[in-house]
Design a protein around this ligand. Structure first.
Ligand code: PEP
Ligand code: MN
Length: 274
């Protein structure tokens, strides 16, 4: 991967690891960090219920999008900046770290003082102006792999952020486009050890968008742990059947609790703590 020569994302030696730190937690240093929450903020009640449940089950970071990048302009676009007080309520009422998707450089000033962490979605991995703006901040950020991006392109997208001086980047494998249609995407499980070989940045896996089916989220999560991932990003909804986006892939609360119980037993076998 020639383009990575002299890059800031490149791993210099086997012990070269960057831990991404946020409010007392550290991602990438022997921990298995679970980011969980609904695809989108829909209402205060739905968001708070999800947050309290995922915290109780052992997640450390809460995910919920205000701005949704939807394939169709007629699909639910998210509640937008109106939802900022809801995210503030989560920070007030739980000890969770709160992250949300930043879809446009225009949204960055709106979000930056109200969340702890940013997420750049798959569709925005190639929004180079957004990457540059996030690179100017010192906010921890989850960068998702573009659905048709090679690992080299993915790492070069991360390089944009690091080049701006922001080293707090967590890479997220979320499945890639293949000929298979049974699953929403194809989880590129080997991306995890391959990225770990190439870069010092932490790597997490999103089993929800990778599979598109709640029934496949638990096996995908275990595969991610076994492949060496530093954590997961999982969609959880109090009532998946009523979700305004991605309900078919969201875990309900009891299923998420069950998965966390299983993971807590498995994580030490892989030399990590949860
Ligand atoms: C999401 O995490 O809600 C999301 C939109 O995922 P992706 O960007 O991976 O499609
Ligand atoms: Mn989603």
């Amino acid at each position: 991967l020639n383009a990575l020569k002299n890059s800031k994302v490149r791993k210099l030696d086997p012990d070269h690891i960057t831990a991404v730190r946020c409010d007392g937690i550290s991602i990438g240093e022997g921990t298995f960090t679970v980011v969980a929450g609904p695809c989108a903020v829909e209402s205060e009640e739905q968001t708070l219920t999800a947050a309290k449940a995922v915290e109780k089950a052992g997640a450390r970071i809460f995910r919920a999008s205000l701005f949704k990048p939807r394939t169709s302009p007629h699909s639910f676009q998210g509640i937008g900046a109106e939802g900022i007080p809801i995210l503030a309520a989560i920070k007030e009422e739980t000890n969770l770290i709160v992250e949300t998707e930043v879809l446009s450089p225009l949204h960055l000033p709106l979000l930056i003082d109200h969340v702890d962490m940013l997420r750049i979605g798959s569709r925005s991995m190639r929004s180079y102006e957004l990457l540059k703006e996030v690179g100017k901040t010192r906010m921890p950020v989850i960068l998702k792999r573009g659905m048709s991006a090679t690992l080299e392109e993915f790492l070069l997208a991360a390089e944009y952020i690091l080049a701006g001086g922001n080293e707090q980047v967590v890479l997220c494998e979320r499945g890639i486009r293949t000929f298979e249609t049974y699953t929403r995407n194809t989880l590129d499980i080997l991306a995890v050890p391959a990225l770990k070989e190439l870069t010092h940045l932490p790597v997490i896996v999103d089993p929800s968008h990778a599979s598109g089916r709640s029934s496949l989220v638990i096996p995908a999560s275990k595969a991610a742990l076994a492949a060496g991932a530093d954590g997961l990003l999982v969609e959880v909804h109090p009532h998946p059947e009523e979700a305004l986006s991605d309900g078919y892939q969201a875990l309900d609360i009891p299923t998420f609790e069950g998965m966390m119980g299983e993971l807590k037993a498995l994580v030490p076998a892989f030399g990590k703590e949860m």
